[in-house]
Design a binder for this molecule. Structure first.
Ligand code: ZN
Length: 279
């Protein structure tokens, strides 16, 4: 009942045009809502879960992105952030972590829609049958091979580093953390013959990375470092760890659209004011 009320409200908000008006007002008042979205798996081999969306959901996502958003590469998003350029309304970059083989099919679907993406790769597991501990007991999902990673690059996507062995950088020694960041970059650049500019640290929470590693990523030659902490990319984050929105959290594409357009910030505030906090 609660979710029905919620989707009715969201629907009304969007289809009466209130969303478009509010979004324009926010835009002209100087508020900017660039986002980086984060996927792990796009597959029908297992039920949807915290890391998995179905291929049908993903096709809907691609259509939504193509029709209603301004999707850019991380290179473009980063350039806009660093130069202070005003991003177009609804600017989004798309990323994937962990080198699941289904990412290749997703990369092809994205390319068909002319949507660029970045794939963050833990280099040790490419071309292996390694299973992450949290996937034990699930139908085995193979990993990408180097041939696949090259194909993704040839499709126009970017490849970033997700360390060598996917450790929690918040707990391993600084010397090991440095090797994880440096060696993965070198391996990717050797294999792909292209500079690797982006780093996403494993697990992505605030405690999974030490503040002193941010300058280290720069020293090692990365241009930006990404977490999996939710949030918009805003000018004050220039040179800081950049947030990403984990996608399966948004089961409804309408909810996702409202969130990524920045409208829900206002919407939550409005709900608080009229006492609809429980919705
Ligand atoms: Zn990961």
């Amino acid at each position: 009942m609660k979710s029905l009320a919620k989707s009715t409200l969201y629907g009304l908000y969007k289809y009466t045009g209130a969303m478009a008006v509010q979004e324009r007002l926010a835009y002209w008042s100087g508020r900017r809502f660039m986002s980086v979205v984060l996927f792990h798996r796009v597959t029908d081999a297992i039920p949807e879960d915290g890391l998995t969306v179905s291929t049908a959901w993903f096709r809907g996502f691609c259509k939504l992105m193509r029709d209603r958003f301004h999707v850019v590469s991380l290179a473009t998003l980063h350039r806009m952030l660093m130069t202070g350029q005003t991003p177009p309304l609804r600017t989004v970059a798309i990323t994937f972590d962990d080198c699941y083989r289904d990412n290749l099919a997703a990369a092809r679907v994205l390319a068909l829609h002319r949507l660029p993406a970045t794939f963050f790769i833990p280099t040790k597991y490419v071309g292996t049958d390694h299973v992450f501990p949290w996937d034990t007991g699930l139908t085995q999902m193979p990993n990408l091979t180097w041939q696949h990673v090259k194909e993704m690059q040839d499709l126009g996507h970017e490849i970033g580093s997700h360390t060598v062995s996917h450790p929690d950088l918040g707990v391993i020694s600084p010397a090991k953390a440095r090797r994880e960041m440096a060696d993965s970059k070198k391996t990717l650049e050797d294999k792909l013959q292209r500079p690797v500019r982006w780093f996403a640290y494993p697990f992505g929470g605030r405690g999974n990375f030490r503040p002193e590693y941010l300058p280290l990523t720069r020293e090692l030659g990365y241009d930006a470092c990404f977490s999996a902490v939710s949030g918009f990319i805003q000018p004050h984050l220039r040179g800081q760890i950049l947030p990403r929105e984990a996608m399966p959290y948004f089961r409804s594409l309408l909810n996702l659209e409202l969130h990524l357009s920045g409208c829900l910030d206002w919407f939550y505030g409005m709900k608080r004011r009229v006492g609809l906090l429980s919705l």
